[in-house]
Design a protein around this ligand. Structure first.
Ligand code: SAM
Length: 496
């Protein structure tokens, strides 16, 4: 049992996470603590993996307020007044809290309400009411009860563990405290791609875009680049948190908002819908009142560095193509694909494949050159899970890995959200090169082939009615990997 003691030193808080993107939650809080310059103690309390409860010690309520103003994976936060594994412990804890600390929140003119939340088990309203009544006697409450918009909300959280099928009769942890603030999860709704003006097949989900921006620690006035900008979802999130945003993409149609619209069309429509004149990245920012944060977007091939040799950017946030839903291409060289005499200086060489290993090493080299010191690079790396090892994470001598968290997409595929911080400027050739020790990306379509072949094998196994011979006739894994198959359409927008 712990009680609120020594108010002048650290105070005890509880963050209640949303049960979404579970593996990114701790990294988000750690990144925010570091970027907001908050002195926080996350180590004194044990964190149970997958639990929505994170105990954290902070110097003040103000620090928690700042964290909640940014965290998109937190539901809310309370200041813990007492906690324990039984209600007797909790009641004893409440009795031990200095009264003067509690009284200002419990005065006659301060309305209040109680809320009971359980995790891992459902309780009846009657059981919840009993719990409230039991605790009420241990709090010096004098004000009126008000269910809507009260001055103070007191929370009781009961934790039954992370295995709902084996939930114990009694909670193994109980927390009681005063509500401080809610997190920013609602922003995911505000920026939802469902209502976004301009979207594409690979537009990044709003919540993940905000998580990436928090990992990068974007602050007011920062200069943020997405070198594989697509429809600009990451720019929207970065602009929301105060960044001035720019992007690049090799695709002319994306940058100019041309071509077929990615919005689902009613089945009755016979005509293909094309993007309207104002379907572009700039209009997306305008849609959210963030137009003043938009700098520009350029058509450019990332394999060719077009930027002045300078540490220009505060953050680089990006989601490169993985070669599954779209091919990874770069502009060919004049040497290999030279111009005919009649094409002269206007000739643009045809594109050639851009190996994933080169995309990621180029990204790290670019970041080492163009990020300011302590600026961050945040990106997704596709992974074939059966073969994963940490050696597949690209390294650069000037960048340190701050976080590496997995988002599982299916039984064999995931992507890892990698956060790196620039620790040194590139001073000579010896510190200028990114490397991947266990390079699984050094072939054309490296991840795509694995993804498709594994899917075909799965289908063949599950489809008893098809003889192996016929199945082999119908579609060989190799053929499937080299043709546009239905799997590609079915793989969902997380697989780029
Ligand atoms: C996964 S998508 C990015 C989606 C984006 N985050 C969004 O929310 O719309 C990857 C983008 O990289 C672009 N791309 C592919 N190869 C490129 C290259 N060599 N240089 C620059 N951009 C490239 C593609 O055109 C695509 O728009």
């Amino acid at each position: 049992m712990k009680v609120l003691q020594n108010m002048a030193a650290m105070r005890h808080f509880l963050i209640v996470f949303a049960q979404e993107h579970i593996d990114f939650r701790i990294s988000e809080i750690k990144s925010l603590v570091s970027h907001l310059g908050i002195q926080a103690d996350l180590t004194s309390h044990k964190y149970e993996e997958k639990s929505p409860f994170l105990e954290i010690d902070l110097p003040s309520e103000d620090c928690m307020q700042k964290l909640m103003n940014r965290s998109v994976l937190s539901r809310s936060a309370i200041e813990v007044w007492a906690h324990g594994s039984t209600y007797s412990e909790v009641c004893a804890g409440l009795d031990a809290v200095p009264r003067d600390e509690m009284e200002k929140y419990c005065k006659e003119d301060v309305s209040f309400c109680f809320k009971v939340h359980t995790f891992g088990k459902q309780l009846s309203s009657a059981a919840k009411l009993d719990t409230m009544k039991r605790l009420q006697d241990h709090l010096p409450l004098k004000g009126p009860v008000k269910m809507r918009d009260p001055d103070q909300v007191f929370y009781i959280f009961e934790d039954y563990g992370v295995q709902p099928n084996q939930a114990p009769d009694k909670p193994h942890r109980i927390f009681v405290g005063r509500w401080i603030s809610d997190g920013q999860k609602r922003l995911a709704h505000r920026y939802s791609v469902k209502t976004r003006h301009f979207i594409g097949n690979t537009s990044m989900d709003a919540l993940l875009s905000l998580v990436m921006t928090n990992q990068a620690g974007v602050q007011e006035g920062d200069l943020v680049l997405d070198p594989f900008v697509g429809t600009g979802s990451l720019l929207v999130a970065a602009a929301h948190f105060g960044g001035y945003v720019a992007g690049c993409d090799i695709n002319y149609n994306i940058i100019h908002g041309r071509g077929k619209s990615s919005r689902a069309q009613p089945k009755t429509e016979t005509k293909t819908k094309y993007r309207g004149r104002d379907e572009n990245i700039s209009a997306n920012l305008e849609q959210y009142g963030l137009g003043h944060r938009y700098l520009d977007v350029l058509i450019s091939d990332f394999s060719q560095d077009i930027w002045r040799e300078q540490p220009l950017f505060d953050a680089i946030i990006t989601d490169p193509p993985y070669g599954i839903r779209e091919k990874t291409r770069k502009v060919g060289t004049e040497k290999e694909h030279g111009a005919r005499d009649d094409q002269g200086s206007y000739h643009v060489p045809v594109t050639q494949s851009y190996f994933l290993s080169d995309i990621f090493t180029d990204l790290l080299n670019f970041s080492a050159h163009h990020l300011r010191l302590h600026g961050r690079l945040v990106y997704f790396l596709p992974i074939y899970r059966p073969e994963y090892s940490e050696d597949q994470i690209p390294h650069h001598p000037c960048l340190k890995i701050v976080a590496n968290d997995e988002q599982i997409l299916n039984s064999s595929m995931s992507r890892r959200l990698i956060t790196m911080e620039k620790t040194h400027h590139v001073s000579d050739a010896s510190t200028s090169m990114a490397t991947i020790s266990d390079n699984k990306y050094g072939e054309h379509n490296a991840i795509r082939d694995k993804f498709l072949v594994q899917n075909i094998h799965k289908r063949l196994k599950s489809d008893d009615s098809v003889s192996p011979e016929r199945a082999a006739d119908t579609v060989s894994p190799e053929r499937a990997a080299n043709t546009e198959t239905k799997e590609e359409v079915a793989c969902g927008s997380s697989l780029r």
